[in-house]
Write a protein that binds this ligand. Structure first.
Ligand code: 13P
Length: 340
């Protein structure tokens, strides 16, 4: 393992003014997104959609890296250019989702465990050869009555650490993503408590697995009230509680934090990130690794029609630009409206 080289990639992934595009929806997840805009979930439509984002030069200026699904990393654009090449030509780094989704965790009703460790050490060098310089593994922790269990927090942290160690062994930067879901009716204090637990456990396991923190990127949820909670927190509260939580849990050797959007509205995800960077006072870069909060608008504008590709690219540019500004703490609601 060449730690300097890993660290360089990790630093580039969180470079100020840029962030990560999570375009790694599995075939069944992208079906949900396509259903919402009336687009058939064919291989060609998936390719066309992703191709137009990777070809959006101005938008890609704010995108440091793209997380791909297995299908996409092997796919060619309509003119035969590998999609990976389009990403590289745009000055971004290709990455790959390597987990295989979740399944119920035996013995802990309501909790899930992420699959995908079997055969991973053999898959990683192939992805490297295909151009991937970082990877992603998502652990999912739900908050509810009696969950998460200790078993779920521990087993998921252990799997994240095993994955991260294997990535570094293959010279691939691991994005370590322990996601505490915001689907419930819990308040922000409960999210703070569970996120703290999950992060502490995750870094303990990363330590036991000899993962070099300088060569990874953390992708956490923000500390935020559940979507169904009647007590929603303000932008400032989310920003301050998230910073406070991470400062208590994340060693400063980690180069950067790239948040998931997790079902926040596009504007909330941007506003929260910008406020955190405005407040500052933490040792890591803080940026975005958004899926839905970057893609909902372009998907709607495109709606599967060739003629709408420029509109889709414009919508993608707007969100990428706004989030790029947020990574510098320079986004404002006025800019959001002006550029729209
Ligand atoms: P969201 O930003 O839509 O949460 O997706 C990010 C991601 O990659 C989840 O694993």
């Amino acid at each position: 393992m060449n730690l300097d080289a890993l660290n360089k990639v990790a630093e580039a992934m969180v470079a100020p003014g840029r962030g990560i595009l999570a375009a790694d929806e599995s075939t069944s997840t992208i079906k949900k997104r396509f259903d919402a805009i009336g687009v058939e979930n064919t291989e060609e439509n998936r390719r066309d959609y992703r191709e137009f984002m990777f070809r959006a030069k101005d938008a890609m200026a704010a995108i440091s890296g793209v997380i791909l699904y297995d299908e996409t990393i092997w796919q060619n654009a309509a003119d035969g250019t590998p999609l990976v090449k389009l990403i590289e030509q745009a000055g971004s780094i290709p990455g790959i989702k390597v987990d295989e989704g979740t399944e119920p965790l035996h013995g802990s009703p309501g909790d899930v465990i992420t699959k995908g460790l079997d055969g991973l050490s053999k898959r990683l060098p192939k992805y490297y050869e295909q151009g991937a310089r970082f990877a992603k593994w998502r652990a999912v922790i739900d908050i509810g009555a009696g969950i998460p269990s200790h078993n779920a927090v521990h087993a998921n942290a252990h799997a994240l650490a095993r994955y991260a160690a294997l990535c570094q062994q293959s010279q691939i930067v691991p994005i370590v993503e322990p996601e505490v879901l915001m689907d419930g009716d819990h308040d922000i204090a409960r999210c703070y408590e569970v996120t703290t637990w999950v992060l502490k456990e995750t870094f303990q396991e990363l330590y036991y697995a000899n993962v070099a923190l300088e060569g990874m990127v953390l992708k956490p949820n923000m500390v935020i009230a559940g979507k169904k909670s009647p007590k929603q927190a303000s932008v400032d509260e989310v920003a301050r509680e998230t910073i406070r939580c991470l400062k208590n849990c994340v060693p400063s050797a980690v180069p950067g934090i790239a948040y998931l959007s997790g079902g926040q509205s596009d504007e909330d995800a941007t506003a929260h990130l910008s406020r955190m960077n405005e407040i500052g006072g933490f040792p890591w870069k803080m940026t975005f690794s958004y899926g839905r909060a970057l893609q909902a608008a372009p998907q709607k504008a495109w709606s599967g029609k060739k003629d709408n590709v420029p509109a889709g690219q414009a919508a993608f540019l707007h969100r990428a630009k706004m989030n790029g500004l947020a990574s510098l703490g320079k986004w404002t609601p006025e800019l959001e409206k002006k550029a729209a």
